[in-house]
Design a protein around this ligand. Sequence first.
Ligand SMILES: Cc1cc2nc3c(=O)[nH]c(=O)nc-3n(C[C@H](O)[C@H](O)[C@H](O)COP(=O)(O)OP(=O)(O)OC[C@H]3O[C@@H](n4cnc5c(N)ncnc54)[C@H](O)[C@@H]3O)c2cc1C
Length: 466
Amino acid sequence: MSTYDVAVIGSGPGGYVAAIRCAQLGMKTAIIEKYSTKGGTCLNVGCIPSKALLDSSHHYEDALKHFEEHGIELTGDVKLNLEKMMERKASVVDQTTKGIDFLMDKNKIDSYQGIGSFEDKTHIKIEGEETTTIEAKHIIIATGSKPASLPFIDIDKERIITSTEALKLKEVPKHMLVIGGGVIGLELGQVYKRLGAEVTVIEYMDRIIPTMDAAQSKELTKVMKKQKVKFAVSHKVTSVENTGDEVVVKATDKKDKEVEFKGDYCLVSVGRRPFTDGLNAEAAGVKMNDRGQIEVDKHLKTSADNIYAIGDVVKGAMLAHKAEEEGVFVAETIAGQKPHIDYNLIPGVVYTWPEVASVGKTEEQLKEDKVEYKSGQFPMRALGRSRASGDTDGFVKILSDKETDEVLGVHMVGARAADLIAEAVTAMEFRASAEDIARMSHAHPTYSEAVKEAALAATEDRPIHT
Ligand SMILES: Cc1cc2nc3c(=O)[nH]c(=O)nc-3n(C[C@H](O)[C@H](O)[C@H](O)COP(=O)(O)OP(=O)(O)OC[C@H]3O[C@@H](n4cnc5c(N)ncnc54)[C@H](O)[C@@H]3O)c2cc1C
């Protein structure tokens, strides 16, 4: 029987990063993945394919709607080749997942393909083409998540679909109903809107992206409405039915009135659930909580003292970079180091266009926590860079402590916000004040000047360019 210092179950961004860090720290490491390709949800049916389709559909929309204003005239018609777009997406996924195999080999990590299940605290049975058992001193559970649904919805994967099917549709829906105005629903909704579908987003809460700052919800709603996406917020879905060539969604609105929506596809994007099927965690004494997550302490240790769990299968934001941080954290903990993660500084991003990005506390949270704060906001449209590219929607908002000026939260909507948020994370990691950011030189012309201007507005209410 092969024995290891560490065995990692699951090869998503949590698992494969944990495995690499363990190997870097000199531990003999194995990784177990049930599918034939590594990379988990993120690389196969999540972050990477969705971003590939967002980029392709963005090009298509630009060609249709924006080339002309830039003085680019097309002599023929712009035509969508959905099959080719999907092929390109598949090849991006293929290259990316192969990259993980390369990294496993480079770091001398043994890969096993099959479903890993606990026999006891130190033995994992792997059922693949053959069945084998390995032994490991430490085990990291990184089994991720699957799309969640509502109890009364029958996901038939044909007309009533999850993100997994939405990433490989063979036709552009005529009318896509999206249940859930969170990140995944909005990103995939925008993809199909750009490709020509009518899109209606039905959301239970009174605003889309409800966990982000309210100003971001408002701005993104405004921009997406301009893009002709329809929204039905404060609507509680009560039934979803595939009637053959139509999907009928019934919901009750704020006034308890029944409303009916009809479309040809219904994307159910109401969140994700932790995935532990087939793991036989009980055999190792690993406990779950009532949300189906694996219970962990502050060291990400489970109720079994040699077993850790990370990523989507434990509490916290279901994000690839959160899973990666936890992978490194656990590897270093096993190696006897004392790593640290500041969960407040895990940024959240929506890759619509304009992009939406956030880190730290929202204005609503600060109010709830009774923290006195200052707020500085700067509109993207006031930037030369935004006018040059035509991306004038959005803003950067910086919230800083009223007394100390320490940055407490940064929230933005705009071109490249997903990349711009890194500056805010850096600043907050170093506990910068808004004035610190305001005094740093930001290259001109860039979108990042909005960060400096918002910091100036927060510091002394003296932005230069508005
Ligand atoms: C459409 C979509 C878009 C997304 N976009 C983003 C984004 O832009 N940015 C972002 O940060 N996050 C995004 N996410 C979320 C992100 O994909 C997850 O947060 C991330 O993949 C979690 O990583 P993980 O390692 O915890 O689990 P996963 O990536 O889910 O990986 C778990 C792996 O474990 C394997 N596994 C499970 N059980 C077993 C077993 N018993 N034996 C062997 N193998 C097993 C699974 O097959 C899987 O490969 C997106 C998700 C979706 C669905």
